[in-house]
Design a protein around this ligand. Structure first.
Ligand code: XIL
Length: 373
């Protein structure tokens, strides 16, 4: 008999593992059986396209241009790519007078040569200004510097990038600043008007690109304050006439966190009511809270992925899904959020050796069961 998530060998997962998965609040049982006529190895991009959705992945120029298996994996499953770091400010403008688009241009060429859609990430982000900008950003010239950078970057890729994360992670309620904006000099000085200016600059620099605001941590029960803050921020941005087309939901998930489908469904529909498109832009599932057992981790990660994507794809405003990498091998989480036991995280669709994991089949299954657009 066909198993729960494509080829995932459920019969080898013992009862204890299943009970633990269930006890973790994960609706393992809600993982649906694939339709019998669906070839289980059909690439993710085709399953997505069938529903009017797009599947994409983040790529890193290092392995993309040196490791055939990596490139093959991207080309097999993805219809869209986004550079992990290569378009960020630090690598693209190492000194005040010098731009360096070498790696970003290579990725853009790779996208064009292989007819892949290209996302741009990201023009305005407090975390990535190069060292030389530090004093300027804190001065009265800070806003101009950031706007000029956004304009130059987006203009450089004019006609090549279909969608930009114009502004990334501007909301930080914990910083206790007006409008829940992050405590960063350009936001402190210019407020939401400055962010609206960033969107205007982006539209001028490439009138045909879709413009997104991108942010994190809006999925779980204890993130209600962030959901509220982001909704009211997006509403204000729109009412100021900022040319914004969509909201990118990063989707750095945590297996074992408390997820309420109804709360998330409502949040998505409230974003949609603002007239915005929605894309999950950086999906990965951290297993830091799970026991070491690999099968157990893979089970819970896959079930959580499926549960999350089912809610996501049921919202008509959702246009697609991008994972923050295809393979565990190069995930940022190993450094960014290491497990206490130092084991490698199993957070992405393919394992360290590019073999499909239950998470791959969970994504496949979610696309297969998504309503058509
Ligand atoms: C991460 C990259 O994956 C790392 O390689 C880098 O060191 C830091 O940034 N949210 C984002 C992404 O918007 O740009 C981040 O990417 C992950 C979190």
């Amino acid at each position: 008999m066909r198993n729960n998530i494509g080829q995932w060998p459920t019969k080898h997962i013992d009862r204890r593992t299943f009970l633990l998965a269930a006890g973790a609040g994960i609706a393992a049982a809600s993982v649906q059986v694939s339709r019998a006529d669906e070839p289980s190895e059909t690439p993710l991009r085709q399953r997505a396209e069938k529903k009017g959705l797009v599947f994409g992945t983040e790529v890193n120029a290092g392995p993309l241009f040196s490791l055939k298996q990596y490139q093959d994996a991207v080309l097999r499953d993805a219809a869209m790519i986004v550079p992990e770091n290569e378009m960020k400010w630090r690598p693209t403008q190492p000194t005040a007078r010098q731009s360096n688009y070498f790696n970003a241009d290579r990725i853009a060429k790779f996208a064009k040569d292989n007819m892949l859609l290209l996302r741009g990430h990201t023009a305005v982000w407090h975390q990535n200004p190069p060292a030389w900008t530090k004093d300027i950003i804190g001065s009265d010239d800070g806003q101009t510097l950031v706007l000029d950078h956004a304009r130059e970057l987006i203009n450089h890729f004019r006609g090549r990038v279909m969608e930009w994360d114009v502004v990334n992670e501007a909301i930080a309620p914990e910083d206790d600043m007006p409008d829940n904006l992050r405590n960063w000099a350009p936001y402190n000085k210019g407020g939401i008007d400055f962010i609206a200016d960033c969107f205007h600059a982006a539209r001028e620099a490439d009138p045909n690109a879709n413009l997104y605001y991108n942010d994190y941590s809006v999925y779980y029960q204890n993130q209600g304050h962030r959901r509220d803050a982001i909704l009211s921020f997006l509403e204000k941005l729109k009412s100021k006439g900022a040319p914004i087309d969509g909201f990118g939901i990063q989707s750095h998930l945590i297996a074992n966190a408390e997820f309420d489908e109804n709360v998330y469904r409502r949040f998505l529909s409230e974003v949609a009511d603002l007239g915005l498109k929605i894309r999950a832009t950086e999906l990965d599932v951290s297993d830091v809270r799970l026991e070491p057992d690999i099968k157990l981790r893979d089970t819970i990660v896959a079930a959580h992925t499926k549960q999350y994507l089912d809610v996501l794809f049921n919202e008509p405003a959702v246009v697609g899904l991008v994972t923050w990498g295809m393979t565990d091998r190069f995930s940022w989480l190993h450094k960014g959020w290491p497990r206490k036991d130092h084991l490698r995280q199993r957070c992405l669709p393919l394992d360290d050796n590019f073999a499909k994991k239950p998470m791959w089949y969970a994504i496949a299954d979610a696309f297969d069961h998504a309503p058509s657009r």
